[in-house]
Design a protein around this ligand. Structure first.
Ligand code: GTP
Ligand code: MG
Length: 529
């Protein structure tokens, strides 16, 4: 910048008593001239200009202050949120009649954790920086540090943000679960931020200043999306997305995304897409810039790798069409269900928190091979298998979608039909992963969902799974406390007490079990009464 330009800006500014600024592109052309007020300038919407997780905006801002001061917090916030090449401030110097120049710029990730740097010059004439070369080298550095991190396959990189009113323990637990969810959806978690403010900012959740820090962190780490560990209201999601210019999704969207990836059956796909679109519809009234960011990647995928529709009218039409299809599908399902109930074979349903080992137990009990995975929500579709007891007696065992704390209401709505099948059960096996440090919370969450679904009247058996991974004394004391049974679903020899209990509840008998279809059972492992 020539010192003549600097001087004229300062002169105009002091004549009209307002801040003035210019936005200059990399060719050196002035793209915008901004006249502010005494305290600041308002930078126009720059969304049509380039930007990206590794790229700067291609615009530098040079503006005046009326008093002798350097970059203010607001200047740094604008620098970060708009990802400007530079933010320069010219302020008059009462002593010499010349103008002081302060230049701020963002820094790539560094061991000191520094987010930005400010260089000060006594006058603009003393600043001999070749801006263009400087900006280019800065941008190269951003890209280099990102490339070195992405040497392998390119997965989406996320920053997880938790804003909690609750205790530190709650915050940590909740964040752990969010990490599991993110991992299950195929996202690489690059950092987590936990905040426990006195007051939660209703517009941005974390407040403007904190949001600025988050954006700087995202730029430094090459983050593609921010995932909030709570549900964002439609206005919050719109405000934050517009402000930070990085894709922002919430916990519900993440869960919906996992479901979209897993849905295999026609039923499952229709239910998931419906839940996604119902969730999306109230969020579609906002600005298109924020929305177009939803169009791909985590949070924007439909079942079967399709992109979600984001046109409001088309979404409505699609919702109607899907509701009709679901209606037809559920009629067919009801017929199957009626046949099953009508056959008089007792139904035992395995329920529990996601990843408790429900599918593993179904497999072990019935010698079958439904998919088992150490990921949340591996199962979406109900699987049904027969289990034969002595004297030619059968039960039908069903395994279904796992539960999770604060199950998104749209998802419960869409999966209502699947969950309603649980009403036909003669016995619910509530399976708990006792090796999970959060298992007590998980029991409570499942019970809450059972109340919501009006399933508490069905006989229930609390079964602690994965005893092989837990401390024996813990297993025993929990069995006593909850009047439960413990098993290891991967080891069929630990199942005989469970089988005896099923038999006892279903047929009201008290036989000792000795044989299970397909294998002889031996007594082993910790036992509880
Ligand atoms: N060590 C151990 N691992 C188990 C046991 N039971 C299940 N697992 C593992 O736990 C993980 C989850 O098992 P799944 O059977 O898929 O769990 P699920 O409850 O069906 O999970 P969702 O369908 O995702 O809700 C898998 O990696 C299983 O191998 C057990 O008794 N001991
Ligand atoms: Mg499963």
């Amino acid at each position: 910048m020539s010192s003549e330009v600097a001087r004229s800006l300062i002169q105009i500014s002091s004549e009209i008593g307002r801040q003035v600024g210019i936005l200059v592109n990399r060719k050196g052309n002035v793209e915008y001239v901004i006249v502010g007020d005494q305290r600041g300038i308002l930078i126009p919407d720059l969304s049509r200009h380039r930007g990206g997780s590794t790229r700067l905006r291609g615009l530098r801002c040079i503006h005046t202050h009326l008093r002798h001061e350097g970059l203010t917090d607001d200047d740094v916030t604008d620098l970060a949120l708009l990802r400007l090449d530079l933010m320069a401030v010219l302020s008059p110097r009462a002593d010499s009649g010349s103008e002081k120049l302060d230049v701020g710029y963002l820094l790539p990730e560094n061991p000191e954790g520094q987010q930005y740097e400010i260089s000060s010059f006594p006058s603009s004439a003393r600043c001999k920086i070749d801006f263009l070369a400087f900006i280019q080298s800065l941008e190269d550095e951003f890209q280099r540090s990102q490339k070195s991190r992405n040497s392998g396959r390119r997965e989406e990189r996320a920053l997880l943000v938790g804003v909690y009113r609750w205790s530190r323990n709650y915050a940590d637990d909740s964040m752990e679960e969010l990490k599991d969810l993110a991992w299950s959806s195929g996202v690489t978690v690059v950092d987590t931020v936990i905040q426990r403010p006195h007051e939660i900012d209703s517009r941005f959740l974390v407040g403007r200043g904190k949001l600025k820090d988050l954006v700087i962190r995202c730029n430094q780490l090459g983050v593609d999306l921010i995932i909030f560990d709570r549900d964002l209201t439609p206005p919050q999601a719109a405000a934050i997305a517009e402000y930070v210019e990085i894709r922002v999704i919430d916990r519900t969207q993440l869960i919906l995304d996992i479901f979209a990836q897993r849905a295999k059956s026609r039923d499952g796909k229709v239910q998931v897409e419906l839940a996604q679109l119902r969730y999306l519809l109230p969020r579609l009234s906002g600005k298109t810039t924020a929305l177009s960011r939803l169009a791909g990647g985590i949070g924007g995928r439909g079942p079967g790798e399709t992109k979600l529709e984001i046109d409001r009218r088309r979404v409505r039409d699609r919702i109607h069409a899907l509701e009709k299809r679901l209606d037809l599908l559920s009629r067919a399902r009801n017929q199957r269900r009626a046949r099953r109930v009508g056959s008089g074979v007792p139904i035992v349903s395995i329920i529990g928190y996601t990843n408790a080992g429900k599918s593993t137990l179904l497999n072990s009990l019935t010698n079958s091979h439904v998919d088992v995975e150490n990921k949340l929500f591996a199962t979406l579709d109900t699987a049904t298998r027969r289990l034969r007891f002595p004297k030619e007696r059968d039960v039908v065992v069903t395994d279904t979608v796992g539960f999770i704390r604060d199950l998104p209401p749209d998802l419960v709505g869409a999966f209502r039909a699947t969950l309603d099948e649980l009403r036909d059960a003669d016995l619910l096996i509530h399976l708990v992963d006792i090796s999970n440090p959060r298992f007590e919370e998980q029991i409570k969450s499942v019970q809450k969902i059972l109340v919501d679904l009006d399933l508490m009247r069905i006989p229930r058996l609390l079964v602690f799974n994965k005893e092989d991974k837990a401390d024996l004394s813990l297993v025993n004391s929990m069995c006593k406390r909850f009047d439960g049974i413990s098993i290891s679903a991967i080891n069929r020899s630990t199942l005989h007490r469970l089988l005896a209990s099923i038999e006892k509840t279903v047929w009201n008998t008290d036989h000792e079990m000795s044989l299970l279809s397909g294998g002889v059972l031996r007594d082993s492992g910790p036992t509880c009464h």
